[in-house]
Design a protein around this ligand. Sequence first.
Ligand SMILES: [Fe+2]
Length: 343
Amino acid sequence: MLKHGVHRILEAKRPSEAFEIIAQEKVDLLIVDMMMPEMSGTDFCRRLKSGRRTQFIPILMLTSISGVESEVAGISSGADEFLVKPVQPQVVRTRVRAMLRNKALIDSLEEAETILFALAQSVEQRDKHTGQHCQRLAAYSMALGRMMGLPAADIRSLHRGGYLHDIGKISIPDAILFKPGTLTDDEWELMRQHTLAGERICMPMKSLAGVLPIIRNHHERWDGSGYPDGLRGEDIPLLARILQIADIYDALVSTRPYKRGFSHDEAVGVMRDEAKRGWRDRRLVNMFAEISGAMLEQTAAEISTPLDLASMGIELAKDTACASPVLLQHLSLQSSEIATAGA
Ligand SMILES: [Fe+2]
């Protein structure tokens, strides 16, 4: 049914062979039978969908067992589509085309995110004093978010926010960004724009919607004297407040040309003092203080490179899964064909 098309087809007789192929090749679609040697199609799907590298590969499951139950089992295990044999060639081809089209969209979205994170990294690297600042910020924010029992989606936003919050600084000239003396009013006004510029850069990416409040509001202050919106207290988005706590902590414990790095306990002491004066969110400072320095270091170590998109936990795929023997790999040439067919 598919061999005359534009696909490169890789076949496996059993799941173990399929896993070997998937480990070596970039596969765009999996067609799998529900009944297979070694393991069931549903177990195969679950394993694939739980793997970081393989979770976004769409899976078409075939079975000779008709009925609602097997379809539910297939889809629940992670299959994206389900067809009962005997299958109609036209239906299979149409499904395959549609699934490859979605996969191409996911790939392009991943590329777009990769570019944004690369951009954010280059912004960070302009400042030679900050080192792995974004990575630490992401780690500290996530640790506090977890301490507060926030949902996984918020933890992901905190992770990304750590890297992306200052992406708007791309629009600020070095002469202002690294000016040794005090900024003039005009320069300061431009500097403040990095929050809004960052929001504009990331706004087109739907998958970054949860990060936008962090980017826009990470310079608000508890007493309302921050920017760009002058928000006060709990009006400041929670994730932005969490990032701020992480940011202050990192600034305190880091060694800079003009200051020594504080110990964990010293830094927490300073933050508590500032909370008492009404400058910081006292509740968040107290929660952060309960996280040990060792745990913060461990969280920072757990975070891999920012460009590892799988580790950013991109939620692009549906909840799905699936099974055996025919693996499709569409060649770059095919993308345009698929796109045309879709149009
Ligand atoms: Fe900033």
